[in-house]
Design a protein around this ligand. Sequence first.
Ligand code: IFM
Length: 452
Amino acid sequence: MTRQDFGPDFVWGTATAAYQIEGAWDADGKEESIWDRFAHTPGKILTGETGDVACDFYRRYAEDLELMSELGFNATRFSLSWPRVFPGNKPNPAGVDYYKSVIDEAFAQGVEPWVTLYHWDLPQRLEDRGGWTHRDTVKRFEEYVDFCTRTFKDVRRWMIFNEPTSFVVLGYALGLHAPGRNAIPRWSNFFSKKGLMDFLAASHHVVLAQASGGRIAKANLPDADIGSTWYFSDVQPMRPQDAAAAARFDAVINRLYFDPAMGKGYPFDAFPALKRIETFFKPGDETAVVANFDFVGMQNYSRDVVKRSWFQPLVWGTLVEPKKRGVQETTEMGWEVYPEGIYRILKRLSGYEAVKKIYVTENGAAFADKVEADGRVHDPKRIAFLQAYIEQVLRAKNEGVPVEGYFVWSFMDNFEWHEGFRPRFGLVYVDYPTQKRTVKDSGLWMQKFLFS
Ligand code: IFM
């Protein structure tokens, strides 16, 4: 496999997110985000760390973009921090200047900026009023999107959200991510009534904002490519009798935030309990949730094998850990290495009529990397991972799936949310105390591949 197999127009990039890399958490007029609050709350981050400094990308962006370019990438996916750009619902000139500089520098390095508008750092001010459970947040988000797409006009590729499944399920149901709302008691995996309703309210408002954000971006930038990103997992039942549980799990993980945007409505067929989401409907919402995206950003890391739980049908199903299934090969996150899953999801997405083109906007793996005595970071497992997954992307492409780009998560090691800095996903190793960057063997492997 060489780069040439993908054709000259295939996009090769790396992906990052503001809170995970920028630092400068209280600089330049930025307001507090839910992640600032959450990470500063004792007990929320497993390692007790915060993103206050992170990779110091805020000050080091020029050298980092230069390194991306040297490694052969032609695109960089990063997110704007809503609380930095639009604190108190007003433009922040310093925050705007910062992102203008990042965008200009990216173009200067031949690395096209792909901008995500929301990668989980909601202003805390809005969370205090209910966050995504409050319909007013949709309006506030629309104002922010409108401002950004009028301001950063040079950017041609936009994504509205990063993975609604992750920020709503982990933030509003499991309580593991900011804002840390816990709809599901730890001892069980079924919802309390109030928890379920908050989770469904947040879900519906996010789905509305996803579509209306897309419409606003398109109206402001008719020639730009407007899409959004979703997390997808290849969900499989453990045994035939687990099929219904797997379908419910699939409905929440893969369909709840995606199907409505594609004009297919919410997945009540697989999970009737979700029907209570209609409590939050206002007239016109059935059509307001439909988006007309130019592309779908698909993000995949692993698969989920599910078995039914003792109490049906309110529960989603129970995840069967890879180790319990005899799977040897997992990443530092405990996720199974399952390259065929990315192929299966790409095939599945190409079956949606509304899907015009697909970019793999995240894929990658965390391993326990360290700088060896020779000054290098030897990460053969990541090389094998990337090679196997990229081969499966090519397989799908050769079978006619309209997949037109691939972004590695991530350019450099960074703040992995409630796991802190322990998991290292980067092609570039970051020594946090000194901020020294060392290109890992996998980064060098990508470079060789991209120049092949
Ligand atoms: O680090 C995250 C990223 O922010 C969203 N997608 C998954 C990555 C790895 O967990």
